[in-house]
Design a protein around this ligand. Structure first.
Ligand code: SF4
Length: 478
């Protein structure tokens, strides 16, 4: 099959028939729904860039399975160079779409599975790795997108999976058959689930003995019987639905809640079933790798925010205002710190027993903690530089209305050489980048909550070496 073009990718989604609800109604034509399509367009750029000669070397690599050219989004890294390429691709794409492009989480799952299925087979003689490799070949050969069914809805956070009043709040196996398993549950924050061909499901947390039914990993097509996608609200979502005041004229992000209502999974697609000790590894590998990923895409988004701030300075006539320049510098150094930390996590990567390369988790989590705080600061600085109309710019429909449009344009005029229409468009983009909840909240909670990032840093930091260093300096011998 080989690499798909952007058009072929979009056509391939048309062949799927997922069950979808949005705004209280069933959506039959997913691809042409303007809200969902704006998200599909972002993922489509991962195909578009792979076809562009200037980006092909970065976007395309050789399959370690058969030597064929594949999109790097289906390549569990085979070297430090692959780890680094991932961060660079994400920055490139983040800058191109100014929001989430939704193809990273599938790769994060594939990385976690490529490491953990191998380790599980070594311990128990299972055949999960062989099944996973067959699935990976399917993904690579057909140039498909997967999304990550990781985050369970979790019910009462005080209680473990077996203690919940309703066991379905953690996705679990409800039946084992000769030909496969049946699962029930729901996964939330499913970024781009309708831009994907496959959903890869992993456990959401570390598990213990007795939790076997929740220790399950598998992959199924997104339109499998029993799977229901309910597209979540985002703060500016009706703009796309209306086709008005979108800000980012092509791209957006959506994230459904995906319900698994007694879904059958054939054994050849099951990658973990009952081996609870490996749930923690799957979660740790998935989340650390996703946090490295954010360092690229969010640096790319800050690039767009810096571009918007500089443009607004030119349009407002504040180019020479020194404190605005200082604010832009503060935005740039935040992007570069984030990016540098993710690159460092990649350069410090190491080979795992399965052959997959994995990043340094401490540096990846440091990058994510930095993002959680500093994206908000970069956003604040962009709004500060742009000005108050980010809050309440009149609609394009008012600008187009002959009764008030000319008056609005007269009073919205900024620097004399700049068409007022451009100033209006840039205000709208700033609003979109600052206020779109589906994307901005992922700065904080994407890849797990900030507390999880901090705990991982503490757990993985080899603090005993630091204690030994301090004791040696103090002359303490034990
Ligand atoms: Fe990828 Fe996550 Fe960034 Fe979206 S937010 S582009 S899925 S790393």
């Amino acid at each position: 099959m080989g690499l798909k073009t952007k058009a072929e990718y979009i056509e391939s989604l048309r062949k799927l028939k997922p069950t979808v609800y949005m705004f209280g109604e069933k959506v039959d034509n997913v691809v042409d729904n303007p809200r969902i399509r704006a998200g599909i367009e972002t993922t489509a750029e991962t195909y578009e860039l792979a076809q562009m000669p200037e980006h092909r070397d970065l976007m395309v690599t050789k399959s370690s399975l058969n030597g064929e050219p594949i999109n790097r989004f289906n390549n569990p890294p085979q070297s430090v160079e692959d780890l680094v390429a991932r961060v660079k691709i994400n920055r490139l794409l983040g800058r191109r779409v100014g929001t989430c492009f939704q193809r990273c989480t599938g790769l994060d799952c594939m990385v976690a599975l490529s490491v953990t299925t191998y380790d599980c087979d070594k311990k128990y003689g299972t055949e999960y790795h062989k099944r996973f490799v067959e699935f990976l070949k399917h993904m690579q050969t057909n140039d498909l997108v997967a999304n990550a069914g990781v985050t369970d809805v979790k019910g009462d956070r005080n209680l473990g999976p077996t203690e919940q009043a309703d066991p379905d709040v953690y996705l679990h196996v409800v039946e084992k058959r000769e030909d496969g398993i049946v699962v029930r549950g729901a996964k939330c924050h499913q970024t781009g689930s309708l831009s994907a061909h496959e959903i890869i499901v992993l456990p959401t947390r570390a598990l213990k003995k007795g939790d076997e039914e929740f220790a399950v990993a598998f992959a199924v097509p997104t339109d499998t019987k029993g799977i229901i996608h309910v597209v979540g609200r985002s703060s500016l979502d009706t703009r796309e639905q209306d086709g008005c005041d979108c800000g980012n004229v092509q791209y957006s992000k959506y994230a459904p809640t995906v319900i698994f209502d007694n879904v059958f999974v054939p054994w050849e697609r099951v990658f973990l079933c009952g081996e609870w000790e490996f749930a923690a590894d799957l979660v740790a590998y998935f989340s650390a790798f996703h946090r490295q990923s954010h360092g690229g895409c969010k640096a790319g988004k800050i690039d767009c925010m810096v571009g918007a701030a500089l443009t607004m300075m030119a349009y407002n006539g504040t180019e020479k205002v020194s404190h605005h320049k200082e604010k832009v510098i503060d935005m740039i150094h935040r992007a570069e710190t984030l990016y540098g930390c993710s690159l460092a996590a990649s350069y410090e990567g190491r080979r795992m027993p399965s052959g997959t390369y994995f990043i340094d988790p401490v540096l990846a989590n440091a990058s994510k903690i930095h993002e959680g705080r500093e994206m908000a600061e970069a956003t604040r600085l962009m709004i500060d530089v742009a000005g108050g109309f980010v809050a309440d710019l009149p609609s394009d429909r008012d600008f187009a209305n002959p009764a008030v449009g000319p008056l609005l344009k007269k009073y919205l005029k900024g620097a004399s050489a700049v068409p007022v229409e451009n100033r209006i468009k840039m205000f709208r983009l700033v609003e979109k980048m600052a206020m779109e909840s589906a994307d901005t909240i992922s700065d904080i909670h994407g890849g797990g909550s900030p507390a999880a990032h901090r705990l991982t840093i503490f757990r993985e930091s080899r603090n005993q070496d630091k204690v030994a260093a301090a004791k040696r300096l103090a002359g303490i011998e034990e």
